[in-house]
Each structure stands twice: as C-alpha cells, then as structure tokens.
Design a protein around this ligand. Sequence first.
Ligand code: NAP
Ligand code: ZN
Ligand code: ZN
Length: 395
Amino acid sequence: MKMQIKTHQRSKQSGPSKVTQHGTNRRGGGLPNARPHFEPAESREDQEVGVIKAYAAQSAISPVGPFAIRRREVGVRDVQIEILYCGVCHSDLHMARNEWHQTVYPCVPGHEIVGRVVAVGRDVKQFKAGELAAVGCMVDSCRTCPSCRAGLEQYCERGPVLTYNSGDTHLGGVTYGGYSKAIVVDEAFALRVSEKLNLAAVAPLLCAGITTYSPLRQWKVGPGQKVGIVGLGGLGHMAVKFARSFGAHVVLFTTSPGKEADAMRLGAHEVVVSTNPPDMNKHLNSFDFILDAVSANHDINSYLSLLKVDGTLTLVGLPEKPLGVAAFNLVGQRRRFAGSNIGGIAETQEMLDYCADHGIVSDVELIKIEQVNEAYEKMLKGQVKYRFVIDMASL
Ligand code: NAP
Ligand code: ZN
Ligand code: ZN
C-alpha cells in the first residue's frame, strides 16, 4: 500500500530515507558488536533519519492502519533501534480509542519495544550496533526534578516524555510508539536485553513486566505474605509470575473460570472466580497485599474487604471511569488504597536482569501487524493468552 505522509511534525524534507524498509541503516552497519561508521548529528536542527513505516489510529473510531512517520537523525547520545517485536498493551487500546480523553491523532501506539541497535551516536557508552536493546513507556524526562534524581522518571514533576502521545521535544508534534520499523532514543532511556531469553517474550516485560514488578517490590512482597492478583491479562499474568518468584502465597482473582488451569501453571497457589461471592467471602480480612490489574470498571470494595489490618491494595489498572471506594471499607481496618505507574529506568533494567537470571518471560501470542485490531477486540473479551506481540517483520 502506498503510504501518504501526514505528520504533525516539522515538514522538513530529508531527501532519500536513510532507513530502509527493513529498518536497517547502512551507516550503522548491523554486525554484532561492530562499532558503527557513524557521523553523529551535532545540532538539533538536522535530526531526521527519514520516513519509516508505522501503524496509526487516525481517530477514536478508526482502526489502526498503515501510516508513515519520521524519526529524528541519531544525535550524539542517541541509539537507533530496528524494532523486531512490539507488545500490545491494553493502554494502546485505551489510547487509540481516546478512552482517557487525551489522544492526539494520528496516534502510533506501542511501548513494549525490543529490537537491535543499528546506529549509535558518538557519545553513547552502553550500546553498540548489533546488540539487543529495548524501549519501554518513556523516552525522556526532565532529569533534574527530585523524582528524576531519585530514579523515578515515571513521576517526573514536569511529566515524563512518554513513548507515544507525548510532546516530541526533538521534532515537535507528538511522540510515536513501537508499531513502527525503528525508533531513535537517548541511551539514558534505552534498556539492555539479555540474548538468553526469547526476544518476542521479552517485549511485554517493558510495560506489563515493570508495571507489576515495581509495586510488588515497593510493598516488599515476599515469603510469609498472602498476595492477591486481580485480572489475568497481560499485567496480571506477569504479576502472578513475579509474586510467586518473590516467595509469596499467590491467589489469582479472575472473572474467567476458563483461566483457572493457566493461572496455576503460571504460578498461582489458588484461583478464585470473583463472580462467586461465597468463594470471595472465604478470603475476607486475609490479604497482606492485592495488586489490581483490571482494565474496566469493577467493584473495588469487594477486594478492599479482603485485606487484613494495614493491608494494601495497589491499583495499576486504568479504567476509563472512576472507581467508587466505600469509606468504611478503608477506615475499618486501617487499610490502604494505593496506585503505581510503570517503573523508573534503573528499576526496569533491574527487572530485565532479574528476568534473565530467573528465566522469566511473558506468555505471548505472536501476531502480524494487520491483526492488531482483531487483537484489541480479543483483549476486550479477556481472550488474550496472555500478551499479543507483533512480529514487526510483518510491517
Ligand atoms: P488486559 O491484558 O486486557 O487484561 C485485563 C484483565 O482484566 C482481563 O484479562 C480480565 O481478566 C480483567 N477484566 C477485563 N474486564 C473486566 C471487567 N469488566 N471486570 C473484571 N475484570 C475484568 O490488559 P493489560 O494490558 O493487562 O492492562 C490492564 C490495565 O492496566 C489497563 O487498564 C491498562 O491501561 C493498565 N496499565 C497500567 C499501567 C500502569 O503503569 N499503571 C501500565 C500498563 C497498563 P480476567 O479474565 O482474569 O477477569
Ligand atoms: Zn503498557
Ligand atoms: Zn523530572
């Protein structure tokens, strides 16, 4: 299909594309560990790599379809990555359909990105052409505020630059995500990936992985604790794996009776079908910690009442509409209702290293890019097992 270049970014023409349709950059080479023959861009005035293929939503009601975007020229601290796999997060669906009422169109979703480095800037220290690299939900932040200095870039006081739908500080317009052939990112926001793991199954760690690892670490989940995970989707199945790996007693809550066997295989000690009140009541006042990864509206009070005194329920799911919390449910047992957003860059690297050491990856279903709209529909029906990952060779 011939792609029309419609972009909100500066319309400067950069001549023939330096990125081929296969995402390789001749100047960057492609041999493992080969130092690229690369002349870095000195100024931000000349930063366009060229036009590459992508998939975008053009409106809240249009399917995600072919689109062309520009990537900036590789700057002195930048890494250019040929994207090999990109996970499909429920946030992609929320954003593509403007369910959070903030989407700028065209919107190129995708923030579970893994691929191979094809070019690096002169001052890049941590990556060489030919190595694996990954990009998660953020591509920059202010780097100076207290949160950034504490390694909590996701809570940057000026707001992190998200991988898609954030203001693009280099080209103008908004950032474009991983449903595309390549990405250029400052090395400070690129992650190192082990060659030991199945690369397609690593992709979801960049969002589903870190979003569940971070709160489980923050609330010190470990041996001797009873921990609940609500919803067995992309985030939920990673939460089950991590909570089990950290040594907790893991109870999975699901609305889908058909997922019981999978939940046990993934690491749950017990599975509760949450639509069955007697089964829920057996667990009243018994949990140290519950992680809620549900994408749609649901009764949060039925989970708060399962916490024991001083127990914490942390929300990572981001339903479109507010959740109603019954005050008595919190006050009565000095319970805590908290939230958590992805994880910082250092913690994301820690999580990837932990996964490499412990052989943890996501359970994935590989799809072609043209199946992404179908994947969204299956996600809405709770039919993903347990993360769709796009094979970017199909773009
Ligand atoms: P997902 O794969 O679609 O999983 C969501 C799961 O929620 C479903 O598999 C289903 O599990 C359960 N569910 C769906 N509808 C439900 C309903 N009406 N009532 C009760 N349970 C329902 O989604 P995901 O990619 O894991 O994302 C989950 C949520 O986290 C999304 O809202 C996403 O935007 C958000 N998110 C947040 C962050 C963060 O940083 N906080 C990061 C990434 C994603 P069962 O079939 O087992 O019931
Ligand atoms: Zn995500
Ligand atoms: Zn900051």
